[in-house]
Design a protein around this ligand. Sequence first.
Ligand code: IPM
Ligand code: MG
Length: 368
Amino acid sequence: MSTPSLLILPGDGIGPEVMAEVRKVIAWFGDRRGLTFTVEEDLVGGAAYDAHGVPLHDDTMARAQEADAVLLGAVGGPRYDDLDFSVKPERGLLRLRKEMDLFANLRPAQCFDALADFSSLKKEVVAGLDIMIVRELTSGVYFGEPRGIFEEGNERVGINTQRYTESEIDRIARAAFDLARKRDGRVCSMEKANVMESGILWREVVQKVHDADYPDVELSHMYADAGAMQLCRWPKQFDVIVTDNLFGDLLSDAAAMLTGSLGMLPSASLGAPMPNGRPKALYEPVHGSAPDIAGQGKANPIACVLSFAMALRYSFDNGDEASRLEGAVEQVLADGLRTGDLLGEEGGSPVSTVEMGDAIVAALEKSL
Ligand code: IPM
Ligand code: MG
């Protein structure tokens, strides 16, 4: 089989800094585990806008379609706030998701033991937490038509449309049930069937897929607002949560914070299998571009490093090496290394982005 290819899109803000650490990790796997990739790098978001006047160049889009996996840092920043909506950095990311048809967004929220004290919730509520949010990523209100700002009488009206087809709900439900089978076997589906027709259809289709093909998985349904409340009250009741694009955006940020820091959480966005059997895939940290700390060497590279671990697991079918990398991260945290975002009120001295990356590579080396 030919060497698998990675397309790296560092993007904006802290994206390039955290991605530089991931490149060290990728190099380590090549040198020490014989896992080599051809790595190409390109621009996305504000960086692409600065170079090309668009947040994603057509050539970059084509390279992403060809790559075995895409790793993305972050997009956006205050410099681009006043740009026209159509060329905002975020549009670059949304185009990648849509054109690669990456409908299944996997967002694990896992609480590392070493950080359980750091959550804003009580330690017993979050210690050992391990849940997976499966967010639908290519439809719903993010993409539904009609959309826009229109004149209506003597004022303007802003319109977005929540829209889901049965087949879109069917395929994300299957993704969630398949994952649950590899975990604790439980799925909770969240929508607002009490006020939205799209929610009624969502609930119906998820139940139908379950009854037909996944009776062994335990399925429950919850209104998304109640789900948000339950996530904060007792998150360990959940195993897999499946939900739509917008609710998933909100619930995954909330779940991320349970774990102590947004700087810890990776994500995978997966589509249909390519001819080589691998799914179309893009991996990115859940955190954003963090312009307030960009360029200062303060950013936590762990979410981006763990996103590469997800790539090893979901694109390259190498759960063992993914676990090795996750173990190395756990080790540096257990050793007490903290970037600034991981220091609580007691303070302490933070390590830099580069020091954290080097420590992870050293822990990998020790794992041999
Ligand atoms: C996310 C982000 C994106 C989203 C933005 C950057 C477009 O918040 O991935 O959660 O809203 O999906
Ligand atoms: Mg978000």
